[in-house]
Ligand binder design. Structure first.
Ligand SMILES: Cc1ncc(C[n+]2csc(CCOP(=O)(O)OP(=O)(O)O)c2C)c(N)n1
Ligand SMILES: [Mg+2]
Length: 757
């Protein structure tokens, strides 16, 4: 504790704004300093005897702390004037500036929301940048905010390798670890890195957040990696202020939980005291950089002014406790170091303090007068970039023909020279082609390597491309998707596999909150392209129950910016994969390929006809995103709009319907489920007399709702139409499964209902 807790606490202090109290405390503390005063050390001498921090370093860190503090104070004042829109501050955490000082600006950083000190210090690493102005623009949600373009208050910077984080907690740990793994991995496969080879990754978070499943996932995976000797130079920085909003972290919990954790090398540093803490911070950083091992730095901090501006701690916390916390303000300690060392006089400190305040308010004033986001088009511009021509060119770009022939074992063994095959084989061959085409592509997931996946889709790929490009991960979907983001951040092109759709759901946030949001929150400056393959949907005969037959894609369907493709046959799957890879490569898009499990091995439309086997499309063929496949474009009595398993079912049902009613039936396989091609849906709907929507998903919030909406919004709601859709239930085991998802009979019945409409 550096300041004295008033005793007794005057009643008037109860009504005061705690930010004002911290502000006043600092000034009073400096003015009333009566402690020792040394002869000022030279700039390269220790700031205090025995400190690893020299005077120059201390001075700069202190300035960074002051910048951070005054940004907080400014935000509290201007929030009520509607000039600032975010008040989660860094006060009490300013010591994290030491991490920035001890690392490089090319060490990718994924930061806690209390990183004002870190940012101010990292800004020193490149000339001509102004941390105050950048932060002020972000606080003001100005469209000129260099980090997010005014979309969110984030700590982020492209030139400084700070990938923007909003204020969800823990969700960034998996990708931080993934980025660290990628730094090592890229070298092993001979791919260039966008940062120096010996970079480490900084990842900070709060004490309460360390308990979160997503954080624990990353700690476990880091330990899992280091246990096997896999290098992962990530510096986890736990900024321990002892509390999460209002929930106390039990005293000693962080040390108890992490100090002895195998595979995580634990360091502790005092983040409240620059002179004492810096040496320990440096040691942790150097250990991580040199050993390339996951390192856990436990940084002591405190939390001043409540969780955010809306948190009136005085209403739920004892005043004595608040005063005690305020007395541990790290800025008081820094002022004491400055005074005690003789480096700065009281007047010097107060002048610097006021000058920093003025600088922050001046920047805020400028920021307030800058434009804000003013149109939807502007807001969503970076969300879903789509360069049609470039994507098409990339999707159909071929590798050298001789090299390709050699890779497949000779001209005669090229997949397009083979007889028609089923979906699983064509996916496998397409993946083979894509791993050839993109040397930076990595394929990974559970069981994908030697076994070749549960359904053999990835069989032989590890043998062909080696264990560095095709490999098994630990059994953890959150980490699989975190690794994908990390690899993408380092310039690789990940093809993660999620073994079953049901298991995507427990890792959904990695796509929803993180991967798909990166271009949005970085104003298109950062991107994490990937193609996530997910074995999906129902109708597996004799296998599995709900979790192997999950038919709901709703959780994916509303993720902004995500592209979802769902092929129903092998040739489409191959061409779709090429397009998705091109979307990832060219536009940085996050893409999902839903592979209908029940169609993997399907060979026939009718028993023995082989009609569901397809020729392998040569590598210069791809799909245009959104483009459906139409079966009998000339038919107009009945339109069936469907996808996935619904396609062969509808084609079979169409034959019965034709026989029964004499109708010509047009079956449209939408193939692309996000975004839905509403124009194509409307076109086909307009051209046909009746409409059936066959959606194997659930009744509520399924794709069918989107299709119907497109029809109605196109003014075609008067057309006789019906939806054939799964029930709102989980899928039961065995034959009972077929009672909850649509069957051919249901389609035929629905057509009958249309006939009497
Ligand atoms: C996944 C998630 N759950 C809940 C929240 C709401 N929330 C924001 S900060 C916070 C407490 C975090 O405490 P800690 O990790 O100790 O960080 P501190 O704020 O103390 O620095 C909570 C519960 C959130 N942002 N994200
Ligand atoms: Mg905390």
């Amino acid at each position: 504790m550096f300041a004295v807790v008033p005793d007794p606490i005057p009643a008037r202090m109860k009504g005061l704004n705690r930010a004002e109290i911290c502000d006043a405390n600092f000034q009073q503390f400096v003015r009333e300093w009566a402690g020792p005063r040394g002869a000022a050390p030279a700039h390269d001498e220790p700031v205090l005897a025995g400190s690893a921090l020299d005077a120059q370093g201390f001075r700069e860190l202190f300035e960074s702390q002051l910048i951070s503090r005054h940004l907080d104070l400014m935000a509290r004042v201007l929030r009520v004037q509607n000039k600032v829109f975010y008040t989660i501050g860094s006060s009490g955490h300013e010591g994290n500036a030491m991490i920035a000082r001890a690392t490089r600006h090319t060490d990718p950083a994924f930061l806690h929301y209390r990183s004002g000190g870190f940012m101010a210090e990292r800004f020193r690493k490149l000339p001509g940048m102004d941390p105050v102005m950048d932060a002020a623009l972000s606080f003001a949600a100005s469209a000129d905010d260099p980090a997010s373009g005014g979309r969110h208050k984030v700590w982020g910077s492209k030139p400084l390798w700070v990938l923007p984080q909003t204020s969800t907690i823990a969700s960034h740990l998996p990708k931080a670890l993934g980025t660290a793994m990628a730094i090592e991995h890229a070298r092993r496969i001979g791919q260039p890195l966008p940062v120096p080879d010996d970079s480490l990754v900084v990842c900070s978070f709060g004490d309460a957040s360390s308990n979160h499943a997503t954080a624990q996932t990353a700690f476990n995976a880091a330990a899992w990696a280091s246990y096997q000797g896999l290098q992962a130079p990530v510096l986890f920085v736990c900024e321990d202020n002892g509390i999460g909003i209002s929930v106390r972290t039990p005293a000693g919990w962080i040390a108890r939980n992490f100090a002895q954790r195998a595979g995580l090398d634990y360091f502790a540093a005092d983040g409240l005291d620059l002179a004492a803490g810096f040496g320990d911070v440096e040691r942790a950083v150097e250990h991580c950089r040199r050993s390339r091992r996951p390192t856990f730095l436990h940084l002591r901090t405190t939390r001043l002014m409540g969780h955010a501006g809306t948190d009136f701690e005085i209403e739920w916390r004892a005043l004595e406790e608040l005063c005690a916390v305020e007395a541990s303000d790290p800025l008081l300690r820094s002022a004491a170091i400055a005074l005690e060392s003789g480096l700065l006089s009281a007047d010097g400190i107060l002048t610097l303090y006021e000058a920093t305040r003025a600088r922050c308010f001046a920047a805020a004033d400028v920021a307030d007068r800058r434009p804000r986001l003013s149109s939807l088009a502007e807001i969503i511009a970076p969300l879903a970039p789509y360069s049609l021509d470039a994507v098409r060119a990339e999707a159909t770009r071929c590798v050298d023909a001789d090299a390709r022939a050699a890779a497949f074992g000779g001209e005669a063994r090229l997949p397009e020279q083979q007889p028609p095959r089923h979906l699983a084989i064509q996916l496998n061959q397409a993946l083979h082609d894509l791993l050839l085409k993109y040397p930076e592509a990595l394929l990974f997931g559970e069981d994908v390597a030697q076994k070749g996946g549960v359904y053999t889709v990835t069989k032989g790929l590890q043998a062909a491309f080696g264990g560095r490009r095709v490999f098994n991960t630990l059994l953890d979907e959150t980490m699989i998707l975190g690794m994908a983001q990390g690899y993408a951040n380092m310039g690789l092109l990940p093809l993660p596999e999620i073994q079953y759709l049901a298991y995507f759901h427990n890792a959904c946030d990695q796509i929803r909150g993180e991967a798909a949001s990166l271009q949005f929150f970085s104003n298109g400056q950062y991107r994490n392209p990937m193609v996530v393959r997910i074995a999906s949907l129902g109708y597996q005969r004799g296998f599995g129950g709900h979790f192997h037959n999950d038919n709901s894609i709703t959780a994916l369907r509303d993720i902004p910016g995500l592209v979802i493709g769902c092929p129903s046959r092998g040739d489409d799957a191959a061409m779709m994969l090429r397009t998705l890879m091109a979307l990832a490569k060219v536009d940085g898009r996050v893409c999902a390929l839903l592979e209908p499990i029940a169609l993997y091995m399907t060979k026939d439309l009718y028993p023995g006809d082989g009609a569901w086997l397809t020729a392998y499309p040569p590598p210069d063929q791809a799909l245009t995103p959104g483009e459906p496949r139409v079966y009998d474009d000339a038919a107009s009595d009945l339109l069936i709009l469907t996808f996935g398993n619904g396609v062969p079912m509808s084609l079979r049902a169409a034959r019965e319907i034709q026989a029964e009613h004499g109708w010509s039936v047009r079956v449209v396989d939408l193939r692309w489920l996000l975004p839905l091609n509403e124009a194509a849906i409307a076109r086909h709907a307009r051209e046909c007399a009746r409409i059936l929507v066959v959606d194997e998903g659930r009744r509520s919030a399924g794709v069918g709702e989107g299709i119907l909406t497109a029809i109605v919004e196109a003014g075609l709601g008067a057309t006789p139409l019906r939806r054939v859709v799964g029930a709102d239930t989980y899928t039961p085991l065995a034959g009972a499964a077929l009672l909850v998802i649509p069957g051919e009979d249901d389609i035929v019945d629905a057509a009958r209902a249309l006939a009497v409409t």
